[in-house]
Design a protein around this ligand. Structure first.
Ligand code: GDP
Length: 471
């Protein structure tokens, strides 16, 4: 963050500190020594104030139980188009199928479990941050770890940055796969430099980002990548209690001609059993069968197990939550109650945070934080505007730019804003039709400007409003 404020690449700041004998990897807690040293190195007069206790809200469910056990990590592969996400997923899944099963048909159910050295890893089948953020917008977070694929012959691209921002906004740790190293044009060190400039500094350079050179084509480096994913999973202490009431989320769902409504769910805690009655957000059902991607039937499924379930009364949406209930009647009653409530509130449109309302949304004792998503017509303006906005944050009110980008305001921007409760700022750009429609449905506020001072004035007014509630 300091590097960003003084506008030097993170790797350079880390090195400058190292030259002064201070070990401070990217992301390290900044103390007085570090701040003063950086000030001296770059000729800036910093004043240090003790930070207040910081709250980390990742949005990931934290489950507590008496019998917590380690559970497999759930991984999403992200990255720029054509950088090799699909090839990587295919390689990992294929090499995992044992010879005996190789002839069998694997069908797409939305997620698959692979085993590496006796440990399981669950991969979500749809790569990219769109599905990931669409689920978050519904309040569900399935992903524990993101693998960010960056092609070594192409480097950091717009969707790479987008993926980084989406993973960060969700508080999901990133493991970088520097892909296509088999290609003669591959320049993995250039990728590391580019990633350092956006705050992902490789461990071998004193940072804390894990980066692994791989080839999704030849398979080189992939065992190491899986090892690193398991290492991060261990550090994250992913745990769940298999003995409590089962609950989890829907990854995918569709209507099958023969089977009726089918949904792939991931159990987050407890153990789901054939015959259980489950209540989802919009539907319910009695589990008639549970299958994995190889068509194997399950009688029970514990934490981090993806299974396709049959027996729902209608098709749910991805991101819906499920929980086991005692009997059919309570499930049916709850759904009709919800449907009734929905009908009653249909005339009231969804409303999210607007600049004006920010204050009233805050819980007591929280440091107010204004989340912004900034899109501009050109890169230079983006940097200037974001720098101006970031300067406006104080100890009492924070400004958090969750995503910055160049170009029209697109659907994925709105989904990210929805998931992070952010206000979208457009400077000399407009939303496209789709984005406009979704913003309307989701109640995301889009503010359009063409004078920087107007943005600054509005945000200032909003921040002041956050300090002195008028309600
Ligand atoms: P996605 O859009 O990120 O899913 O990218 P794909 O997996 O579809 O890969 C895009 C292209 O890059 C395809 O032609 C792949 O065969 C190729 N590709 C992917 N990984 C590698 C790799 O490690 N080495 C080489 N040489 N080609 C790769």
């Amino acid at each position: 963050e300091v590097a960003q404020v003084i506008d030097v690449p993170v790797a350079e700041a880390v090195k400058a500190l190292l030259d002064l004998g201070i070990m401070a990897p990217a992301g390290a807690q900044v103390d007085e020594t570090i701040l003063i040293a950086l000030g001296e190195a770059y000729g800036i007069d910093f004043e240090y104030e003790e930070p207040e206790e910081e709250k980390v809200a990742t949005g990931r469910p934290v489950f507590h139980g008496k019998h917590m056990e380690p559970r497999p990590p759930i991984v999403t592969v992200m990255g720029h188009v054509d950088h090799g996400k699909t090839t990587l997923l295919d390689y990992i899944r294929q090499t995992n199928i044992t010879a005996r099963e190789a002839g069998g048909i694997t069908q797409h159910i939305g997620a698959s479990t692979v085993t590496y050295e006796g440990k399981n890893i669950v991969f979500l089948d749809t790569p990219g941050h769109e599905a990931f953020t669409a689920m978050r917008a519904r309040g569900a977070q399935a992903t524990d770890i993101a693998i960010l694929v960056v092609a070594a012959d192409d480097g950091l691209m717009p969707q790479t940055k987008e993926a980084i921002n989406h993973a960060r906004a969700a508080g999901v740790p990133i493991v970088v796969a520097v892909n296509k190293i088999d290609k003669p044009a591959a320049r993995p060190d250039r990728v590391r430099q580019q990633l350092s400039d956006v705050g992902l500094v490789p461990e071998e350079w004193g940072g804390d980002s894990i980066m692994v050179d791989v080839s999704a084509k030849t398979g080189e480096g992939i065992p190491h990548l899986l090892e690193m994913v398991l290492l991060v999973a261990e550090m994250e202490e992913l745990r769940a209690d298999p003995t409590v009431t089962p609950e989890g989320i829907v990854i995918e769902a569709n209507l099958d001609k023969g089977k009726g409504p089918v949904a792939t769910v991931i159990v987050q805690q407890g153990t789901l059993r054939k015959g259980d009655i489950i209540l989802l957000d919009t539907t319910w059902g009695k589990i008639r069968a549970m299958l994995d991607s190889r068509g194997r039937q399950f009688l029970k499924a514990g934490p981090s197990t993806p299974v396709e379930i049959l027996g729902l009364t209608s098709v749910p949406q991805p991101g819906e939550h499920f929980v086991r209930v005692d009997n059919e009647k309570s499930a049916r009653d709850e759904i009709s109650k919800r449907e009734q409530e929905k009908r009653e509130s249909e005339n009231v449109t969804a409303k999210r945070l607007t600049l004006e309302e920010l204050y009233s949304q805050l819980k007591e004792g929280e440091i107010p934080q204004l989340n912004l998503l900034v899109k501009t017509d050109v890169q230079g303006t983006n940097e200037a505007l974001c720098a101006a906005l970031e300067k406006m944050g104080t100890n009492e009110v924070g400004i958090n730019i969750i995503h910055r980008g160049v170009g029209r305001i697109a659907e994925s921007d709105i989904m990210l804003a929805t998931a992070s409760n952010a206000v979208v700022i457009g400077f000399n750009v407009r939303p496209d039709k789709n984005a406009e429609r979704i913003a309307e449905v989701e109640g995301v506020q889009i503010r359009l400007y063409n004078v920087i001072y107007d943005v600054v004035d509005d945000v200032k007014a909003a921040l002041e409003g956050m300090l002195t509630p008028t309600i």
